[in-house]
Design a protein around this ligand. Sequence first.
Ligand code: NDP
Length: 338
Amino acid sequence: MKSSHLKPEPIRVVVTGAAGQIAYSLLYMVAKGDVFGPNQPVILHLLDIPPMMPVLEGVVMELADCAIPLLRGVVPTADVAVAFKDVSAAFLVGAMPRKEGMERKDLLSANVKIFKEQGSALDRYAKKDVKVLVVGNPANTNALICSKYAPSIPKENFTAMTRLDQNRAQAQISSRLGVPVGEVSNVIIWGNHSSTQFPDASHALVNINGKQIAVPDAIKDDNWLRSMFVEIVQKRGATVIAARKMSSALSAAKAATDHMRDWFAGTAPGAVVSMGVISDGSYGAPKDVVFSFPVTIKDGKWRIVEGLVIDDFAKEKLALTGAELEEEKREAVAITQA
Ligand code: NDP
């Protein structure tokens, strides 16, 4: 039997775009145990592009200066072979940002190249049970491409982040009802992490005075839930940019830790979270795209929640975001074949 004071071996975790602003918050959260728990030491692999290496040196210095007992090593690199070697978890944050005048196709083309290279590197160097979370946009399609180039790793191990959208949605409901955010659960984000996503509170729950009730019954304003609420969540990213003059980073990092923690540790009984996962066609979504569904997680495996009643309004929204994902997939595949 293992002595209880013996810590487990460190696990290796890669963060790409490690010199960027989401990573700046994310690295600290991962290092101090927010994802893998207070007893799991980690070795962080930091990948970025060659011109960012001097900046990355500063990040490495700050991580050392945080003096975090769980952080057992830091490996800064611009080489995917080093970055992905033996990793158990991958936060793929780095992606090509949209620049002025750039067409959607150019953006997609740059990202297909990045995620093709990273998928191949995961296939070659990572542990075969590595769990991959794609944050860099277009996250869903980037995750799909990454998975296609890592055929030795199960498709189920490639996911895209919609947890920030879920957290934003739960925060809006908490504020509208005047209850702490921890009392609100099970808001679903369907589809693409883009403006076509469908934040759906019709299955969400809230604890009020010790009683669990359905969010629509507590809000008593279906019109708000179907219009303003959806719009606020869809446009929240732009609203943060307008205020901060930079995109959201702290909240994106926190959501990434929520996603990965739940994936490794499992969801609590009755709790449902949203993740972009490979679609099996549930709820009429197109198959073989990375589509955000409500899932529960046990023993490191997610399962799409079955049997939810979807009304016509929701069906329409799901069809719209599904069509966008199919279109992105078509364009991305065409780029890989060009
Ligand atoms: P951020 O750290 O702010 O964002 C990184 C990515 O996350 C972007 O694609 C961004 O999409 C996406 N993202 C997803 N959800 C959100 C959200 N809610 N809010 C904000 N962003 C979100 O970008 P930085 O420019 O600060 O840093 C990116 C780093 O990645 C740079 O250091 C760059 O060098 C690096 N990079 C690394 C690569 C690699 O490791 N091979 C490849 C390409 C870049 P969006 O653009 O839509 O905001």
